[in-house]
Structure formats: C-alpha cells, structure tokens
Design a protein around this ligand. Sequence first.
Ligand code: FAD
Length: 507
Amino acid sequence: MLGLLASGCTTDAPPLQGGWVGTHPERGHRLRGELPKADGPLKTTGVLIVGAGIAGLACARALAKRGIDDFAILDLEDQAGGNSRGHSIGGSACPLGAHYLPLPDAQAREVGELLHELGLAREQLGRTVWDEKHLCHSPQERLFIAGEWRDGLLPPPEGAAAQAQYRRFSDRVTQAQRELGFAMPSHRARWTPGHTALDSQTFAAWLDREGLNDSRLRWYLDYCCRDDFGAGADIVSAWAGLHYFASRHGFHAPGDEAGEREPVLTWPEGNGWLSAQIVAPLHERIHLGRTVLRVTERRQGIELLAWNEAADAPERWAARAVVMATPLFVSGHLLAAPPDALRSLKQRHAPWVTANLSLREPLLQRPGAPPSWDNVRYGSTALGYVDARHQTLDPTPRAPLLTAYLALPETQRGELLKQPWQHWAQVVTQELAQTHPDLPAKLERIDLCRFGHAMSIPTPGLRGSAELAALNAQRGRVVFAHSDLAGYSVFEEAYTAGVEAAARLSL
Ligand SMILES: Cc1cc2nc3c(=O)[nH]c(=O)nc-3n(C[C@H](O)[C@H](O)[C@H](O)COP(=O)(O)OP(=O)(O)OC[C@H]3O[C@@H](n4cnc5c(N)ncnc54)[C@H](O)[C@@H]3O)c2cc1C
C-alpha cells in the first residue's frame, strides 16, 4: 500500500508526504575532507563549547550559574538539543529522538536540581512532589502479544517454570544492587572487581550461565537493551544489562507489588521540551549551523576552525579553553592533538531511525488494552511507537501523530545514508501495520530522522576501560563532556557529564 501511495499510483489517494528531517549527515562528513583555508576575522570568547546536545547545554548552564558568561556554543545542526530535540507536524509537537526521563533519585542530584529549577518538582514535608502534568498519563504502556494488547511491556510468563525464571532474574537484580551497587549516573557507584567481571562478558552469556533462557523473558530483556543501548543482549555487556534494571527502571516480576514500571516524565515533543527549557536563557550564546572542523591547543589558548553552513564559508574562533561536548569519536577527529586515551578508545555506536507519522484518522482498535503512550509488538526487533499526542492538554481534536523507533544493526549504517526516505518509510510502515493493518491507508505524512551514530553501545570492556576513566578525569583547557563518557547514552549521564566538565575546566 505504501509503495502505491508513495509513487502516486492509486487513483484517489494523494501521494505520501514526508522526507528526512532533523539531521544533516553531509555536514558531519565534512570532517572527511581537507581543511579549508580561513583568513577571515577572528571571533573570540572565553570558553568554546563544541556541541549543543544535553551535555554541552548542561555545561553552559553550569558555567552561567558560576557567573561565567563569556562562552559560545557551536553546533552543526540548525536546532540545539542534539538527540533530545523536538519536531512538529501540522502544529502538533512530537519528538525527534529522546522522549522520556525516569524520575531521578538522590544520586542524580544535578538532574534533580534542574527539574526543581524548571518547576517540575518541589519539596513538601521532606518528600519530592512532582507536577502531574509532566508525568506520563495513564495508560502508560502496552504489548501486542497473541493477537491482543496487554497492559505493560513484560510478556506474561507461560507456566510455573517461566514464572520462576522471572522471579530469579528479579532477585539477581536486587542482589546486584545490594552487593555491588549501581547508580544513575553510573560513576556514582564504586567500580569493583564484581563490576569488572560483569563488564567482561555479554549480557546474553551471563543470562545463559544463570540458566535464564525462557524465550519471553529473553525477548523482553533484549528489547530493553535495544531500547536503551541500541543493541541487543548478545552485544552489550552484562554490566550494562543489569545496570539498566538496577539503576533506572527496576525489574518487577509479575505479582510484584511495585507494578511493572516506575512513572516517567514525558512531553509531546519528548525530551525536546527539556532541551528547549535549558536553551531559553542561553540562546544568544548558541551558534547553530557551525560545523566544527578542527580544534587546536596552542600555548596562548585554543584555536577553532568551523564551517558556517548558512554563509557557506569558514569561521575562525579563539578562546582560553574548550569543552568537547561531541561524541568521543568525533572529538578524536576534531582535536589536532587528541590525548592517547582518545586515540586508543574503541567505542561502537548504534544507528537509529525515528519516524513521526501523521494519520488522517484514528486507527481501528484491536482487542485488549486501550491505546497507551508506549506501544510495542512482542517478538519484533523494532521498538514500537509512542503516541505524541498522549501528553497534550490541548482538547482540540487532531489527527493522530505516532513516533516510531528503530535501532538498527551497525551493518545498516551505510543503507541509512544510501536509501531514500521512502525506503525507510516503508520499513517503518510495514512494521506498524503488523499491529495496525489499517495504518498504511490512513498515513498522510511521515517525517524521518536518521542518526548514523546515535548512541554508544556499552560493549564488554568499554565501561571499565582505562580510556574512559582517563577521559572522564581530564582537566585543563581541553575537557570532554558527552554521554559517551559513560559508555552508553541517557539524559542523566549527558547532563551530569556537562556539569562535571564545567568544574574540571581550567579558566
Ligand atoms: C532516537 C533516540 C532516542 C533516545 N531516547 C532517549 C530517552 O527517551 N531518554 C533518554 O534519557 N535518553 C534517550 N536517548 C539518549 C540521548 O542520546 C541522551 O538522552 C542525550 O540526549 C545525549 O546528549 P549528549 O549531549 O551526550 O549527546 P548528543 O545529543 O549526541 O549531542 C552532541 C552534539 O554535538 C553536535 N556535533 C557533532 N559533531 C559536531 C561538529 N563537528 N561540530 C559541531 N557540533 C557537532 C551534534 O549535532 C549534537 O548536537 C535517545 C537517543 C536517541 C538517538
């Protein structure tokens, strides 16, 4: 059906609207070419922050809070926020990438402070009270399994033996929390030989050894890994697999009183809402459409060469110090003299596609649980979709707007660049048609966003590597700030990395 719509071959249906939005791979790929000659005027500032993702923005916010406002943030895209940006279709907001944030606990103190300052939380009689507007409204999640939708994402165990495995995994998570310690952000838990042992094997190998082989449990754990890390249990480390549950989400076996999942903060535009709030007081210092090409440390300070995309011309900057808030492999290309740890770091990144689908009319209902914020199909390697209108408080009836997520194998990165948007529109639509056969005929517009190197995959050995430890500790006039420093990517890691980088900077 989509092929017919896209090519305009039906008699009455208009051609499908859509295209790539949000990212400009060709800008990033300027790094592959020769450096341009630049002799224009020199722009000067105190601190340059390269990258306006959550880490770069958090760093800028931390500097501003210390009374340092002599800084500039450069980003190659035309909108700040990196992987946490919003989009809109027909006046309705939707996420481009990150879409939720679990409620932080005391260890994520910088994130907690931010959320209090933004008015999302307040302290009352010694406890934190959250503004319900920003908590995910009910119903939160559902899973399509055996022809019907069920509440929650955990597939129900089939039989007593499976139930026992769910319980055993839950116990192992609790035991790991108690005996080893896990924290969010992750470096707030002391790294022990027990962590190293987990970090040296894949999650799948650890689960096999534990005798946790129930197919439904394994599908769920694999889904969680792909959802948070962009790669499955056979690729990520056992440290990462347990960290997901022990630090952020918990694992609740059926029958647990706590219910399946904790509440999360979310918005129609996903975490784009958060980045827009952080950007607002900083926007005069953010320079977008600036692809940084080279950062050189000289005795007298930092020299930076960027490509001004709008002017189609090079731009020269000078500063006393620089914060590299770009993915670490990008920083390795940008720095004229990268530190040894950056040269020897081996970090893999998962490609992702997100798609915002605007529909002409509501979808037909299938049996079971009602439409929820997050909707996933059991057995699928895709990550389902969120309803971007679920959180909206605007009562105006509007067409449904769904945001679908796909974490791709690294072998698909080339295809992501090569294939036209219609190809990926078809991949996404065919997947969603498995749960909603009427979707292709109702699809009006699909805006796709591609991330070639969306997030660091926490492969065995990465989290505990000497390289990451060295880059996290680096002080001076060149410091690093990016979620890559944690070996995997979530808001809490990115935000904390930015705040901590501001503190390590020598001015
Ligand atoms: C599809 C998707 C869904 C996600 N969902 C969630 C979620 O729901 N919850 C969650 O907590 N996390 C989620 N994440 C993880 C997300 O990556 C982090 O939450 C966070 O946004 C990472 O911020 P960062 O600053 O570390 O990195 P980035 O967002 O990667 O920021 C780096 C910035 O550097 C810029 N840059 C790169 N190269 C250059 C250059 N040469 N010159 C200038 N600028 C450059 C980029 O444009 C970008 O703005 C998701 C990620 C993706 C991709």
